[in-house]
Write a protein that binds this ligand. Structure first.
Ligand SMILES: [Fe+2]
Ligand SMILES: [Fe+2]
Length: 272
């Protein structure tokens, strides 16, 4: 199957997940500067299933609260708008991801947390927004497994037979990898380029792209969490960190050590 055929196939899947209407509405509310946390909270509470999911994620250990959070209002106050936005988006993919490949959800959570650590280390303005790209980076794997399962199984076979990386096997079988597929999905959800691009190119870094630093962060975070064995991306080998990505982020070897230490500290007792 070639690239064009594959894209057609992915786009043709009528059940390709779309963001539920309530999510789009709430995300829009959060962009309005006059809105209050209790108004947003009330909107979320209107949808009981959705509220339950939000609370589940808030209490999953991801946000590091020591006490359980039992109301949406409380969660909104504690998290603030920016975090709430990513939380709402994350909630919508949680189900999809936790039902998919074993280890993918903890891998994605760990990657998201590591993105925050790297983004803070680099003094970026919006670490929470970078975290959402970490959370979504392997979403394409979920789409492949759920919607083109025959192809997905061949990929797994090739990967195991030849002991190569998941994305290398994907390229051999279908000329594209899950990063591209994930990017297509996020484009369909009309998410901004600063979220789409890092997902789309996390296995194919190039410094000339618009969101190169954010892409570099996801690329590096993905590899660090694999190296430390947090969850699983589906394969056993660990990719090499792109030198161009390190340069774009202006990171050196000793910076990596510091980031790794912070990551281990942050992840202690949360994800494994
Ligand atoms: Fe990936
Ligand atoms: Fe990954």
């Amino acid at each position: 199957m070639d690239r064009a055929e594959m894209r057609k196939k992915v786009e043709e899947v009528t059940s390709l997940p779309t963001l539920p209407g309530s999510v789009t509405r709430i995300t829009r509310m959060l962009d309005d500067s006059d809105i209050t946390t209790s108004e947003v909270g009330r909107e979320i509470e209107k949808d009981q299933v959705f509220s339950a999911k939000v609370l589940k994620l808030v209490n999953s250990g991801f946000y590091g609260f020591s006490q359980p959070i039992s109301t949406i209002q409380h969660a909104m106050v504690l998290l603030g708008f920016e975090v709430a936005k990513t939380l709402i988006l994350s909630t919508s993919v949680l189900d999809m991801m936790s039902k998919s490949m074993t280890g993918l959800w903890p891998h994605s959570l760990a990657c998201a947390r590591t993105c925050v650590i790297i983004a803070r280390y680099l003094d970026l303005d919006d670490p929470e927004e970078v975290s959402v790209t970490g959370l979504l980076h392997d979403l394409g794997k979920v789409v492949l497994e759920a919607h083109v399962n025959d192809v997905f199984e061949v990929v797994v076979e090739v990967m195991e037979d030849r002991n190569i990386l998941f994305y290398e096997a994907e390229i051999e079988v279908m000329e594209i990898n899950h990063a591209t597929v994930g990017g297509w999905l996020l484009q369909k959800w009309q998410l901004p380029g600063k979220i789409v691009e890092p997902v789309m190119y996390h296995h194919d870094f190039h410094p000339s792209r618009t969101h190169a630093v954010r892409t570099g962060i996801v690329h590096l975070a993905d590899i660090l969490v694999r190296a430390e064995g947090f969850g699983s991306g589906g394969d056993r080998r660990i990719p090499v960190v792109s030198e161009a990505a390190m340069e774009a982020m202006e990171l050196r070897q000793d910076d990596l050590q510091e980031i790794m230490d912070e990551m281990m500290e942050d992840m202690r007792g949360v994800i494994r």
